[in-house]
Design a protein. Sequence first.
Length: 718
Amino acid sequence: MTSAFMRDFLRADFVADNANLYDLIGVADEEISEGVNVSIEGGTGAPNQNYPSEIQPRSGASVVYLYNSTAEAAVKFANTNFRTVYFAFGFEGIARGQDRNRIMGNVLEWLLGNQTTGDNLPPVVSPGNDVVVTEGEVAILRGTASDPDGLVALYEWDFTDDGTYDWSNASTGVAQHVYDTAGNYTARFRATDNIGDFSTATISVEVRPKPANLRPIADAGDDVTVEQGDPVEFVMAGFDPDGIIVLYEWDYDGDGTFDEESPTSLTTYHIYIDPGTYTATLRVTDDDDAWSTDSRTITVKEKVQNQPPTADAGPDLSVEVGEPVTLVGTGSDPDGWIATYKWDFEGDNEYDWTSTVTGTVEHTYSEEGVYVARFLVIDNNNTAATDTAIVNVTPVHVNLNPTADAGPSEIQQATQGVEMEFTGTGSDPDGFIALFEWDFDGDGVWDWNDTQQRIARWTYTETGLFIARFRVTDNDGATAQDILRVQVSSSTTSNEPPTADAGGPYEGVAGEPITLTGSGSDTDGSVVSYEWDFEGDGTIDHSSPASGTTTKAYQMSGTFNAVLYVTDDDGAVATDSAVVRITRANEPPKVIVSDPSPGAAVKGYYVMRGTASDDMGVAKVEVRIDDGAWVTASGTLVWSYDVDTSTLVPGVHTLRVRAIDTNGEASQTAEVLFTVDEPEVEEEETGAWFTSWVLWVMVLLVAIPLVIAVAVVLNNRR
């Protein structure tokens, strides 16, 4: 178990009590071990190394010795306050005396910080490579530093090079940052040593806009011809090039109503009762609410041999979770009988219950939701019919929230020191209001409460604009609130309220600042505050005591109702609103390479393919291989490029593709690595000739002794 001292000062975690390894591996280029391997067994070392422990370095610590490639034996740690070296084995067990002396000397020298006299040398910094990232994603900046005569005490990053260092760490220069707005930034890295000297360096950070969404692609399948009453298979199939499909829907008869839906790809079946030609349409919707459709033709021929059955799933039902519900399904067949009854309780196309006698069944749903229960009957000629019933499964008890009404939305006038009446109302759709409360001055303290809906009274002792809060609580403890704005004027003098002019209407582009030129006046005093609610959501986003003119960059497109509040020196408030219309900024195009796939091997004449898209239109697609010139491909939304691979050197090559939209803006370059195979070379016939020659030699070596032996035998017979 790791102790607090071990965790916070030695900067190590305990892993195992006994590593059962006695040969230590010195980490290369490490100043204590010097990369030299040692043993903690035998020699002149103490014979007491029975349980050398295995540890793991914590953040900021570095490894000095290893038992093997994965098990650590010793670590070191340094910050601006202290330095530590931790051996998880007995130092006295090191086998050779000269190794013990050398290592201990290195330890002492490192612990003292390599102290020398003379001028201090600043750290040497490396900010890492330039970074390219999409807005909203995490950018990783990999700064490193070393100090030639001490140690690095602090690493810092100024992510926008505005003079303010946004991030610091005593152990590492690797930082993460999210840039919310596209653009080009300079990030500055600074390292400070233990003396206080520092060095800086910068990198470029390119933050690219998020790409536009591509529509999904639906695949309805092939046309088919069937007989009436026969089930037809429908596959929910589709593809989204830049996301996932979240909804599949089938319109089986082309009447514009989608009869089947699913969040996942399923195989479904539908039975056409009447002969004819039907257009079945599949619609797929992706995770950005974009959709597309595809259709197939279903030709249904008349079947005269058998009359199909009819199915009736019964009425739609509502039931609470855990409560049994009875599904009453019936079926009939004009020229036979019903042989099988089936129920699919969840509507997932898996039939959960089967009977040959009845279609009535009891089922208990364990989770809330709206289920499409499917009822199937099959007649004695194996012809099927289906019907569905909606089963709405609700929680055991679902309380509906009450509503609160504090009164008119306009600012109400009150006089300092004079009692004011408040008539808040509340209602509850499934119960009653158990408590009525008022916080008259908006300070968070409820000043008045009652269990009945009564008139509340309050006297304001100070002038100004107050936000009175009204809260109701129903018999289940749910609450609702509303506000009433009250302008309290002096009891001795009558104040003329100020006037407000929000200006406008205004127009702009998302992400770019626009100027709102609001103004106000007061006939019997002065304006002391100008406040803007940019979106009209009740939240004050900007305040100034001097002017109603300000700038605002709306990040989203749309129409907004900006509200200006003008307050005079007596606390009276006037409001005015202006329409702000924000249009969408141009998005760069997007390009996709579909062929070749990454790492593919190609040869001969090869056609490279892909797609491109843009909200304004794609002007052209350009292609280049390795560092060659950009060449215009054929097509735009669907593009292709022919290449003779025999002109390329065998090996790995890089295909780069970019799209240019009608505004001249280029997409991010898509890159795919592919391999050109070595050309096939016909084998020479030398090997075959050599094999034939060897066979002839072997035949002669066998045949000559055989002939000699036969000759000797014949001679002896004479």
